[in-house]
Structure formats: C-alpha cells, structure tokens
Design a protein around this ligand. Sequence first.
Ligand code: SF4
Ligand code: SF4
Length: 160
Amino acid sequence: MNRINLISEEIELSSSSKEWYRNGLGFQCTQCGNCCTGPPGAVWFNDQEAREMAAELGMEVDDFMNTWARRLRDGWSLKETLTSHGWDCVFLDREKVPGKAVCRLYGSRPKQCRTWPFWPENLESPQAWEAAKRETPCPGMGQGPLIPIEDIRISRDDQF
Ligand code: SF4
Ligand code: SF4
C-alpha cells in the first residue's frame, strides 16, 4: 500500500470512528415547531431554493424575495415574526393543525430545515446531540424509528 492509500485509510478510519451514531439515531418529528422558532436566527436559502419556494407559493421570485426574505450579512434568510413562542419563521403555521405547528412550505423548505437534526454540529458527539435535543428542545430526537447511518450521512453532508 502506498502512502496516499495509507493516508486515505487513516482519514476513513478517523471519520468512521467519529460516527458514534453508526447504528442509527432515532428521530420522529412531532410537529411541535420548536426548531422553527426561538431566539432571533436565520433560515438560510440559496437561489435554487428561492425559486422552488416561490413556485410553491405561485409567486415570481422577485415578489417572493421582497415579501418573505431578508438580507443578512452572510446571505439570504426567510423573515421571522415575533410570537408568544419566540421568533417564528414566517412560514410556520400554528393554526392549520390543532395543537401542531407545521411548515407552510414543507415541500420546498430549505436544506437547513430538511436536514435537521442531522447537522454536523449536532453529530459531533453524543453530548452535542443531547444538547441540541435539550436546548431546542426537540422532542423528536431520540424517538421513533432508527434513521440509518446512510440517511444520516446524506443529511449531514448536504449542508447549506
Ligand atoms: S423541534 Fe423536533 S419534533 Fe419539533 S418540529 Fe422540529 S424536528 Fe419536529
Ligand atoms: S421554512 Fe418551514 S421548516 Fe423551515 S424554518 Fe420555516 S417553517 Fe420551519
């Protein structure tokens, strides 16, 4: 084995040893809406996602941007509104389904939303996972069916 192969094997070993979740992680969303609210934050999206969200709403992209987006230092974010729960994403709907908080743009929600809770920072360690679960709080983390490692990797590596 040459040096390049050795190095890539070491990288692979070190990355798989970090995958403490290799047997999967339980997750089942309860539609509580907690990950779509909280302190002021950002829901980032890119140009393609803007087109998809505008299309789902039947709007021109320019109108969508003017109505629902805001420019922050690091990019474009969806707007937020202050409610009794915190700063809700503008597309969080607390009326449609009694007792639930659902996304009005579920079919075209941005990557940041689609990949939750399998963000790299939440997967750093079991402690990071538990902290995200506790601090969000996300009652779906650790519950329900096991999400296999292959699916976790897809979300983890498909970041905004
Ligand atoms: S906080 Fe967790 S359980 Fe609640 S809506 Fe978000 S993903 Fe679902
Ligand atoms: S787009 Fe939908 S899933 Fe994403 S933060 Fe807003 S309400 Fe939540």
